[in-house]
Design a protein. Sequence first.
Length: 95
Amino acid sequence: MKNCIQKYRQENNITIKQIASRLSVSSSLVEAWEIGFEDPNLYQAIILCELFNITIDKLFDRDIETISFESLNDTQKENIYRIYDSFIKMNESED
């Protein structure tokens, strides 16, 4: 992720201070993400992706292999549903 946040932030003309304000974190934490000392948590990464209009694999500078949902076992499917439900509840609480 090192340099990805800075790259997408600059491409979108967003300041460190704007990101920090949107995520309710310090500017120094955003700087730490940019230089690779720390990584944002999942919630913060999702918000960054929304701000930059990118997918999470782009933010983490990874190529993610596409996996068919049908190929997953029941436990894996349940985990995905649980994550999805948590994400929906998190977004509803923001509204």
